[in-house]
Design a protein around this ligand. Structure first.
Ligand code: BGC
Length: 477
């Protein structure tokens, strides 16, 4: 009997090798970061100026939100190898087996389209080797919001040529790192890039296009990014690199402020479509949701995606879907779905930095991906939180019970969904370290590891140790 068991597992092992050409993947436990938020070194090794270098240094974007100019010029110094080796050692101590990070386009091709900067490629080559040597599977985001400013000055995603510029960059990266990196991510959160951050900027700068028209005009850019995503996937598959490529979406399921009010339920449903359906439907069903198309017809009639574009997107599906889940979009009847009103609705008594704490919506979304979108392989590529006043050092320690509670409850719901057949392959906390939180600068801490932004000292918070226990407990699932 014992022998039969052994040969059965051997057979399974062989099947995995035969079918997938590689060993069965473990469940990936890890943390995530993004280049602009952690690297610093904004003028090192021939790096070009990026959109976010420009927004922070020249526009002073954080002044609008926090009343002070802050930049990622130094950030948490993770471009520096001495520093990042210490940081990887902390991930090893955490017991993680994966690390999601992004590459900076403006380091690799400083002017966006021209000469390739070998120093930057060599840097990332070394980083990937170091990540692997620390026993971590690299999940490499090719593009996380930021890109060379030269391209922004040519209208960025407003310019049809952006697709080719991106593919040129992506192909350099895939060819150089594709033998070592088995999980590539094309893009991070197109909704947040186009409908949230750019919309916020537009409101600040009070340009003259009316809000709903402006909001819907962003659709051209988002659509272009979906085409670039499909092209990158097609290219990756043609290179036969024996790994996987996917896209990361923020998912914010719509939730009615008052579930017994018809107007709230209706508004939540529409908001849900404009955040989630707008990306999930074209990726998995080859069409945009009808309700979104109706609003587009009204506010942006020039948006006419061709049938062949939509077929192309659906034919080049991601091998996996990364989801970033922080909170549902809680919506009131009077909110316009073509706005950012939902961000202000939070019924919690103690409010987090990233919206209401409602982990059951993570579960609901995972089940929905299984039922409505063909049960793709899903990785939770970001989940995490922060509460004002919680991340303070006392006697050399940081006690963060609210973050611990948040992570435990989200992991529990994620694993429940997995037990119920959702194809969930991993879970990553945003973030490993406190870092530059975009328009909020350094005022919002979301890390498992506290960073003293002046001295670069790291202090693992209590949540680091609790997450470590969770990883130990569920390692073999
Ligand atoms: C982004 C991260 C960001 C995090 C927390 C996500 O939208 O991918 O870059 O720091 O949320 O706000």
């Amino acid at each position: 009997m014992k022998q039969l068991k052994i040969s059965l597992s051997f057979l399974l092992f062989c099947t995995n090798i035969l079918v997938f050409g590689q060993k069965k993947q473990p469940f990936f436990w890890g943390v995530a970061t993004a280049a602009y938020q952690v690297e610093g070194a904004y003028q090192t090794d021939g790096k070009g100026e990026s959109k976010w270098d420009f927004l922070t240094n020249k526009v002073g974007i954080t002044q609008f939100t926090i009343g002070e100019k802050q930049t990622g010029n130094v950030s948490i110094n993770m471009y520096d190898r001495t520093q990042y080796l210490k940081d990887l050692a902390l991930l090893k101590q955490l017991g993680a087996n994966s690390y999601r990070f992004s590459l900076d386009w403006s380091r690799i091709i400083p002017d966006g389209t021209g000469a390739v900067n070998e120093k930057a490629l060599a840097h990332y080559d070394q980083l990937i080797d170091d990540v692997l040597a620390a026993g971590l599977e690299p999940f490499v985001t090719i593009y996380h919001f930021d890109y060379p400013v030269v391209l922004m000055q040519k209208d960025g995603w407003g310019n049809p040529a952006m697709v080719d510029w991106y593919i040129n960059y992506a192909s350099i990266v895939m060819k150089r790192f594709g033998k070592k990196v088995k999980h590539f991510i094309t893009f991070n959160e197109p909704y947040i890039e186009f409908f949230l951050v750019e919309n916020m900027l537009h409101e600040q700068e009070s340009k003259h296009i009316p809000p709903k028209e402006y909001y819907m005009s962003q659709m051209q850019k988002a659509h272009r990014q979906l085409i670039a995503n499909a092209k990158a996937i097609e290219l990756y598959h043609s290179l036969q690199l024996k790994g996987q490529i996917g896209i990361v979406l923020n998912v914010n399921p719509g939730a009615a402020w008052n579930a017994s009010k018809v107007a709230d339920v209706k508004a939540a449903n529409f908001q849900d479509i404009l955040i989630n359906g707008l990306f999930l439907d074209p990726l998995y069903k080859g069409k945009y949701p009808q309700m979104a198309m109706d609003s587009l017809a009204k506010y942006n009639p020039s948006f006419q995606p061709s049938a062949s574009d939509l077929t192309f997107i659906a034919q080049n599906k991601p091998d996996f879907l990364g989801i970033n889940f922080y909170a549902p979009a809680v919506v009131k009847g009077e909110d316009s779905a073509m706005s950012l009103k939902w961000l202000d609705n939070n019924p919690d008594a103690i409010k987090s930095n990233v919206g209401p704490v409602m982990p059951e919506y993570l579960y609901k979304m995972l089940i929905r991906l299984k039922k409505d979108y063909g049960n793709p392989t899903v990785y939770i590529t970001e989940n995490g939180t922060g509460f004002a006043g919680e991340d303070v050092v006392k006697n050399g320690k940081v006690n963060d019970p609210l973050r611990i509670d948040y992570i435990k409850r989200h992991v529990a719901y994620a694993l429940k969904a997995k037990r119920e057949g959702v194809n969930l392959g991993g879970y990553m906390v945003w973030s490993g370290w406190d870092n530059f939180e975009w328009v909020s600068g350094y005022t919002k801490r979301l890390g498992l590891i506290y960073v003293d932004f002046k001295t670069q000292e790291r202090i693992p918070k209590q949540s680091f140790f609790e997450y470590k226990k969770l990883i130990q407990k569920y390692k073999g699932i």
